[in-house]
Design a protein around this ligand. Structure first.
Ligand SMILES: Cc1cc2nc3c(=O)[nH]c(=O)nc-3n(C[C@H](O)[C@H](O)[C@H](O)COP(=O)(O)OP(=O)(O)OC[C@H]3O[C@@H](n4cnc5c(N)ncnc54)[C@H](O)[C@@H]3O)c2cc1C
Length: 308
Protein backbone atom coordinates (compact mmCIF):
# COMPACT_ATOMS: atom_id res chain seq x y z
CA UNK A 1 0.00 0.00 0.00
CA UNK A 2 1.25 3.49 -0.88
CA UNK A 3 1.99 5.98 1.89
CA UNK A 4 0.71 8.69 -0.40
CA UNK A 5 -0.96 8.93 -3.81
CA UNK A 6 -0.76 12.33 -5.48
CA UNK A 7 -3.31 12.87 -8.24
CA UNK A 8 -2.06 15.41 -10.82
CA UNK A 9 1.46 16.53 -11.62
CA UNK A 10 1.26 20.31 -11.95
CA UNK A 11 3.05 22.72 -9.57
CA UNK A 12 0.90 21.54 -6.63
CA UNK A 13 1.42 17.82 -7.25
CA UNK A 14 5.13 18.09 -7.95
CA UNK A 15 5.77 20.18 -4.84
CA UNK A 16 3.70 17.80 -2.72
CA UNK A 17 5.86 14.98 -4.09
CA UNK A 18 9.07 16.85 -3.31
CA UNK A 19 8.13 17.62 0.29
CA UNK A 20 6.63 14.17 0.94
CA UNK A 21 9.65 12.19 -0.30
CA UNK A 22 12.26 14.55 1.09
CA UNK A 23 10.35 14.46 4.38
CA UNK A 24 10.80 10.70 4.62
CA UNK A 25 7.68 9.10 3.12
CA UNK A 26 8.77 5.99 1.26
CA UNK A 27 6.07 4.93 -1.17
CA UNK A 28 4.83 8.03 -2.92
CA UNK A 29 3.41 7.91 -6.43
CA UNK A 30 2.27 10.90 -8.48
CA UNK A 31 -0.36 9.93 -11.05
CA UNK A 32 -0.19 12.35 -13.98
CA UNK A 33 -1.91 11.59 -17.24
CA UNK A 34 0.41 13.74 -19.34
CA UNK A 35 3.83 15.28 -19.00
CA UNK A 36 4.39 16.63 -15.48
CA UNK A 37 4.19 20.42 -15.30
CA UNK A 38 0.50 21.28 -15.45
CA UNK A 39 -1.40 24.01 -17.26
CA UNK A 40 1.40 26.59 -16.95
CA UNK A 41 3.21 24.61 -19.66
CA UNK A 42 0.80 26.33 -22.09
CA UNK A 43 2.01 29.78 -21.15
CA UNK A 44 4.53 31.52 -23.36
CA UNK A 45 5.56 34.10 -20.77
CA UNK A 46 5.87 33.78 -16.99
CA UNK A 47 7.50 36.56 -15.02
CA UNK A 48 5.92 36.37 -11.56
CA UNK A 49 7.48 33.21 -10.14
CA UNK A 50 9.77 34.38 -7.31
CA UNK A 51 13.46 33.97 -7.98
CA UNK A 52 13.12 33.82 -11.75
CA UNK A 53 14.54 37.14 -12.92
CA UNK A 54 13.89 36.85 -16.66
CA UNK A 55 10.65 36.14 -18.49
CA UNK A 56 10.54 32.41 -19.17
CA UNK A 57 8.07 30.13 -20.93
CA UNK A 58 5.94 27.84 -18.80
CA UNK A 59 7.90 24.87 -20.13
CA UNK A 60 11.23 26.44 -19.15
CA UNK A 61 9.88 27.19 -15.67
CA UNK A 62 8.64 23.65 -15.08
CA UNK A 63 11.39 21.67 -16.83
CA UNK A 64 13.61 21.14 -13.71
CA UNK A 65 10.76 20.35 -11.29
CA UNK A 66 10.22 16.62 -12.01
CA UNK A 67 13.95 15.82 -11.88
CA UNK A 68 14.27 17.56 -8.51
CA UNK A 69 11.41 15.48 -7.08
CA UNK A 70 12.55 12.17 -8.54
CA UNK A 71 15.94 12.65 -6.84
CA UNK A 72 14.24 12.10 -3.49
CA UNK A 73 12.30 9.05 -4.62
CA UNK A 74 9.02 10.34 -6.03
CA UNK A 75 7.62 7.92 -8.61
CA UNK A 76 5.62 9.16 -11.57
CA UNK A 77 3.02 6.87 -13.08
CA UNK A 78 1.75 8.22 -16.37
CA UNK A 79 -1.91 7.32 -16.01
CA UNK A 80 -5.31 8.94 -15.85
CA UNK A 81 -7.09 8.51 -12.54
CA UNK A 82 -10.77 7.75 -13.00
CA UNK A 83 -11.95 7.70 -9.39
CA UNK A 84 -10.75 7.93 -5.80
CA UNK A 85 -12.77 6.03 -3.17
CA UNK A 86 -12.36 5.38 0.52
CA UNK A 87 -13.18 1.99 2.00
CA UNK A 88 -12.72 1.75 5.76
CA UNK A 89 -9.35 3.48 6.35
CA UNK A 90 -7.94 2.78 2.88
CA UNK A 91 -8.13 4.89 -0.26
CA UNK A 92 -8.56 3.17 -3.60
CA UNK A 93 -7.16 4.99 -6.61
CA UNK A 94 -8.82 3.58 -9.74
CA UNK A 95 -7.02 4.22 -13.02
CA UNK A 96 -8.69 4.47 -16.42
CA UNK A 97 -6.81 1.30 -17.49
CA UNK A 98 -8.69 -0.60 -14.77
CA UNK A 99 -5.78 -0.90 -12.35
CA UNK A 100 -6.54 -0.25 -8.67
CA UNK A 101 -3.94 1.12 -6.24
CA UNK A 102 -4.35 1.36 -2.45
CA UNK A 103 -3.05 4.34 -0.47
CA UNK A 104 -3.06 5.54 3.13
CA UNK A 105 -3.29 9.21 2.10
CA UNK A 106 -4.29 11.07 -1.05
CA UNK A 107 -3.58 14.63 -2.20
CA UNK A 108 -5.80 15.81 -5.06
CA UNK A 109 -3.94 18.26 -7.34
CA UNK A 110 -5.94 17.98 -10.55
CA UNK A 111 -6.18 21.74 -11.15
CA UNK A 112 -8.69 23.66 -13.18
CA UNK A 113 -9.29 24.72 -16.76
CA UNK A 114 -10.53 28.20 -17.73
CA UNK A 115 -13.50 27.97 -20.10
CA UNK A 116 -13.09 29.27 -23.64
CA UNK A 117 -15.58 31.92 -24.84
CA UNK A 118 -15.84 30.45 -28.33
CA UNK A 119 -15.21 33.49 -30.59
CA UNK A 120 -13.28 33.40 -33.86
CA UNK A 121 -9.53 33.70 -33.37
CA UNK A 122 -9.64 32.74 -29.67
CA UNK A 123 -7.63 29.55 -30.07
CA UNK A 124 -5.31 30.99 -32.73
CA UNK A 125 -4.30 33.94 -30.53
CA UNK A 126 -4.44 32.22 -27.14
CA UNK A 127 -1.24 33.24 -25.36
CA UNK A 128 -0.55 35.84 -28.07
CA UNK A 129 -3.04 38.48 -26.94
CA UNK A 130 -5.91 36.33 -25.67
CA UNK A 131 -5.52 35.51 -21.99
CA UNK A 132 -7.55 34.12 -19.10
CA UNK A 133 -5.31 35.49 -16.35
CA UNK A 134 -4.88 39.20 -15.56
CA UNK A 135 -2.46 38.58 -12.69
CA UNK A 136 -0.27 36.56 -15.07
CA UNK A 137 -0.40 38.68 -18.21
CA UNK A 138 -1.74 42.13 -17.28
CA UNK A 139 1.69 43.68 -16.89
CA UNK A 140 2.53 42.92 -20.55
CA UNK A 141 -0.08 45.58 -21.41
CA UNK A 142 1.20 48.34 -19.13
CA UNK A 143 -0.07 51.73 -20.36
CA UNK A 144 -1.90 50.08 -23.26
CA UNK A 145 -5.60 49.59 -23.94
CA UNK A 146 -7.13 46.15 -23.39
CA UNK A 147 -10.53 44.46 -23.49
CA UNK A 148 -12.13 42.25 -20.85
CA UNK A 149 -14.98 39.85 -21.64
CA UNK A 150 -17.41 38.73 -18.92
CA UNK A 151 -19.97 39.98 -16.43
CA UNK A 152 -19.37 38.06 -13.21
CA UNK A 153 -17.32 38.82 -10.12
CA UNK A 154 -14.04 37.59 -11.62
CA UNK A 155 -14.41 39.62 -14.82
CA UNK A 156 -15.18 42.79 -12.88
CA UNK A 157 -12.44 42.32 -10.30
CA UNK A 158 -9.92 41.64 -13.05
CA UNK A 159 -11.13 44.67 -15.03
CA UNK A 160 -10.45 46.84 -11.96
CA UNK A 161 -7.04 45.17 -11.51
CA UNK A 162 -6.17 45.85 -15.16
CA UNK A 163 -7.37 49.46 -14.92
CA UNK A 164 -4.50 50.07 -12.46
CA UNK A 165 -1.97 48.91 -15.05
CA UNK A 166 -3.49 49.67 -18.45
CA UNK A 167 -4.43 53.05 -19.91
CA UNK A 168 -7.96 51.90 -20.71
CA UNK A 169 -10.12 48.80 -20.24
CA UNK A 170 -13.14 48.01 -22.42
CA UNK A 171 -15.44 45.77 -20.39
CA UNK A 172 -17.58 43.74 -22.78
CA UNK A 173 -20.68 42.02 -21.43
CA UNK A 174 -23.60 40.39 -23.23
CA UNK A 175 -26.26 41.83 -20.90
CA UNK A 176 -27.01 45.36 -19.69
CA UNK A 177 -26.34 44.52 -16.04
CA UNK A 178 -23.69 42.54 -14.19
CA UNK A 179 -24.00 39.43 -12.02
CA UNK A 180 -21.45 40.51 -9.43
CA UNK A 181 -21.27 41.85 -5.88
CA UNK A 182 -22.70 45.42 -5.66
CA UNK A 183 -19.40 46.69 -4.21
CA UNK A 184 -17.45 45.25 -7.16
CA UNK A 185 -19.88 46.84 -9.63
CA UNK A 186 -19.43 50.15 -7.78
CA UNK A 187 -15.63 49.86 -8.10
CA UNK A 188 -15.95 49.35 -11.85
CA UNK A 189 -18.22 52.35 -12.24
CA UNK A 190 -15.83 54.54 -10.23
CA UNK A 191 -12.97 53.89 -12.66
CA UNK A 192 -12.78 56.56 -15.34
CA UNK A 193 -10.62 54.37 -17.55
CA UNK A 194 -13.11 51.47 -17.71
CA UNK A 195 -15.53 51.83 -20.61
CA UNK A 196 -18.56 49.53 -20.59
CA UNK A 197 -19.50 47.82 -23.85
CA UNK A 198 -22.86 46.31 -22.85
CA UNK A 199 -25.38 44.10 -24.65
CA UNK A 200 -22.45 42.98 -26.76
CA UNK A 201 -20.38 39.95 -27.48
CA UNK A 202 -17.02 39.36 -29.11
CA UNK A 203 -17.40 38.33 -32.74
CA UNK A 204 -13.71 37.80 -33.39
CA UNK A 205 -10.17 38.82 -32.54
CA UNK A 206 -7.80 39.53 -35.37
CA UNK A 207 -4.08 40.09 -35.65
CA UNK A 208 -0.88 39.03 -37.33
CA UNK A 209 2.06 36.74 -36.56
CA UNK A 210 3.08 39.00 -33.65
CA UNK A 211 -0.30 38.80 -31.90
CA UNK A 212 -3.67 40.47 -31.51
CA UNK A 213 -4.34 43.81 -33.21
CA UNK A 214 -8.01 44.25 -32.41
CA UNK A 215 -11.32 42.90 -31.16
CA UNK A 216 -14.54 43.07 -33.13
CA UNK A 217 -17.68 43.23 -30.98
CA UNK A 218 -21.31 42.97 -32.04
CA UNK A 219 -24.25 44.27 -30.04
CA UNK A 220 -27.76 42.81 -29.77
CA UNK A 221 -28.94 44.93 -32.75
CA UNK A 222 -26.12 43.64 -34.92
CA UNK A 223 -23.97 46.81 -34.77
CA UNK A 224 -20.25 46.09 -34.87
CA UNK A 225 -17.49 47.93 -33.02
CA UNK A 226 -13.78 47.61 -33.78
CA UNK A 227 -11.64 47.98 -30.65
CA UNK A 228 -7.97 48.46 -31.58
CA UNK A 229 -6.48 46.68 -28.58
CA UNK A 230 -3.49 44.31 -28.42
CA UNK A 231 -5.00 42.15 -25.69
CA UNK A 232 -8.27 40.64 -24.51
CA UNK A 233 -8.87 38.88 -21.19
CA UNK A 234 -11.77 36.44 -21.07
CA UNK A 235 -13.49 35.44 -17.82
CA UNK A 236 -16.42 33.26 -18.77
CA UNK A 237 -16.08 30.59 -16.10
CA UNK A 238 -13.75 27.90 -14.92
CA UNK A 239 -14.00 24.11 -15.01
CA UNK A 240 -12.61 22.56 -11.84
CA UNK A 241 -11.17 19.12 -12.58
CA UNK A 242 -13.05 17.33 -9.80
CA UNK A 243 -14.23 14.26 -11.73
CA UNK A 244 -12.02 11.84 -9.77
CA UNK A 245 -13.98 12.61 -6.61
CA UNK A 246 -17.38 11.57 -8.05
CA UNK A 247 -18.65 8.42 -6.38
CA UNK A 248 -20.81 5.71 -7.95
CA UNK A 249 -23.99 7.27 -6.50
CA UNK A 250 -23.15 10.71 -7.98
CA UNK A 251 -22.05 12.29 -4.69
CA UNK A 252 -18.56 13.67 -4.07
CA UNK A 253 -16.04 11.95 -1.80
CA UNK A 254 -15.61 15.10 0.34
CA UNK A 255 -17.31 18.42 0.98
CA UNK A 256 -17.30 20.68 -2.10
CA UNK A 257 -18.20 24.34 -2.70
CA UNK A 258 -21.12 25.39 -4.91
CA UNK A 259 -18.56 25.88 -7.68
CA UNK A 260 -17.23 22.31 -7.44
CA UNK A 261 -14.01 23.19 -5.61
CA UNK A 262 -12.73 21.09 -2.70
CA UNK A 263 -13.38 22.68 0.69
CA UNK A 264 -10.18 22.74 2.76
CA UNK A 265 -8.85 24.29 5.94
CA UNK A 266 -5.55 26.18 6.14
CA UNK A 267 -3.71 22.84 6.36
CA UNK A 268 -5.28 21.68 3.09
CA UNK A 269 -7.33 19.06 4.98
CA UNK A 270 -10.69 18.13 3.50
CA UNK A 271 -13.76 16.78 5.30
CA UNK A 272 -12.34 13.24 4.85
CA UNK A 273 -9.49 12.08 7.08
CA UNK A 274 -6.34 11.45 5.01
CA UNK A 275 -7.66 13.28 1.93
CA UNK A 276 -6.05 16.62 1.05
CA UNK A 277 -6.34 19.14 -1.78
CA UNK A 278 -3.74 21.50 -3.22
CA UNK A 279 -3.67 24.12 -5.96
CA UNK A 280 -6.40 25.36 -8.27
CA UNK A 281 -8.81 22.57 -7.23
CA UNK A 282 -9.33 23.99 -3.74
CA UNK A 283 -11.65 26.77 -2.59
CA UNK A 284 -10.39 30.33 -2.87
CA UNK A 285 -7.31 29.30 -4.83
CA UNK A 286 -5.49 32.38 -6.18
CA UNK A 287 -4.74 30.27 -9.28
CA UNK A 288 -1.04 31.05 -9.39
CA UNK A 289 1.93 28.70 -9.67
CA UNK A 290 3.53 29.95 -6.47
CA UNK A 291 0.31 29.42 -4.51
CA UNK A 292 -0.29 25.94 -5.95
CA UNK A 293 3.27 24.95 -5.05
CA UNK A 294 2.83 26.29 -1.52
CA UNK A 295 -0.41 24.32 -1.10
CA UNK A 296 1.38 21.16 -2.21
CA UNK A 297 4.07 21.68 0.43
CA UNK A 298 1.49 22.34 3.16
CA UNK A 299 -0.53 19.24 2.26
CA UNK A 300 2.56 17.00 2.15
CA UNK A 301 3.72 18.25 5.56
CA UNK A 302 0.29 17.34 6.94
CA UNK A 303 0.56 13.83 5.48
CA UNK A 304 3.98 13.45 7.11
CA UNK A 305 2.61 14.64 10.47
CA UNK A 306 -0.25 12.15 10.13
CA UNK A 307 2.16 9.31 9.37
CA UNK A 308 4.44 9.83 12.38
C1 LIG B 1 -2.15 30.25 -20.28
C2 LIG B 1 -1.91 30.32 -18.78
C3 LIG B 1 -1.02 31.24 -18.28
C4 LIG B 1 -0.76 31.28 -16.91
N1 LIG B 1 0.17 32.17 -16.47
C5 LIG B 1 0.50 32.16 -15.17
C6 LIG B 1 1.55 33.02 -14.69
O1 LIG B 1 2.15 33.79 -15.47
N2 LIG B 1 1.86 32.95 -13.38
C7 LIG B 1 1.21 32.13 -12.51
O2 LIG B 1 1.58 32.09 -11.33
N3 LIG B 1 0.21 31.33 -12.93
C8 LIG B 1 -0.16 31.32 -14.22
N4 LIG B 1 -1.19 30.51 -14.66
C9 LIG B 1 -1.95 29.74 -13.65
C10 LIG B 1 -1.19 28.47 -13.22
O3 LIG B 1 -0.83 27.73 -14.38
C11 LIG B 1 -2.05 27.62 -12.30
O4 LIG B 1 -2.50 28.36 -11.20
C12 LIG B 1 -1.24 26.42 -11.77
O5 LIG B 1 -0.71 25.67 -12.84
C13 LIG B 1 -2.12 25.51 -10.92
O6 LIG B 1 -1.37 24.40 -10.55
P1 LIG B 1 -2.08 23.03 -10.10
O7 LIG B 1 -0.94 22.11 -9.79
O8 LIG B 1 -3.07 23.30 -9.07
O9 LIG B 1 -2.89 22.51 -11.35
P2 LIG B 1 -2.52 22.31 -12.88
O10 LIG B 1 -1.36 23.10 -13.29
O11 LIG B 1 -3.80 22.50 -13.62
O12 LIG B 1 -2.08 20.78 -12.96
C14 LIG B 1 -3.02 19.76 -12.82
C15 LIG B 1 -2.44 18.51 -13.43
O13 LIG B 1 -3.29 17.41 -13.11
C16 LIG B 1 -3.37 16.55 -14.23
N5 LIG B 1 -4.63 15.83 -14.12
C17 LIG B 1 -5.89 16.37 -14.09
N6 LIG B 1 -6.81 15.39 -13.94
C18 LIG B 1 -6.12 14.22 -13.87
C19 LIG B 1 -6.50 12.84 -13.75
N7 LIG B 1 -7.79 12.49 -13.65
N8 LIG B 1 -5.55 11.88 -13.73
C20 LIG B 1 -4.23 12.22 -13.84
N9 LIG B 1 -3.80 13.51 -13.97
C21 LIG B 1 -4.73 14.49 -14.00
C22 LIG B 1 -3.31 17.48 -15.43
O14 LIG B 1 -2.83 16.78 -16.59
C23 LIG B 1 -2.34 18.55 -14.96
O15 LIG B 1 -1.01 18.28 -15.36
C24 LIG B 1 -1.46 30.43 -16.02
C25 LIG B 1 -2.39 29.52 -16.53
C26 LIG B 1 -2.62 29.45 -17.90
C27 LIG B 1 -3.62 28.45 -18.43
Amino acid sequence: MLDLAIIGGGPAGLTAGLYATRGGLKDVVMFEMGLPGGQIMNSSEVENYPGIKEIVTGMELMEPWPEQCMRFGLKHEMAEVKQVKKENETFKVILSNGKEVEAKNVIICTGSTPKRAGFEGEDEFFGKGVSTCATCDGFFYKDKEVAVLGGGDTALEEAVYLSNICSKVYLIHRRDSFRAAPSTIAHVKERENIELVLNSNVKKVYGDAMGVLGVLTVDNDGNEKDLKVPGIFTFVGNNVNNGVLKQDDGSFLCKMSDYGEMVVDLSMRTSVEGLFAAGDIRIEAPKQVVCAAADGAVAALQVIARSL
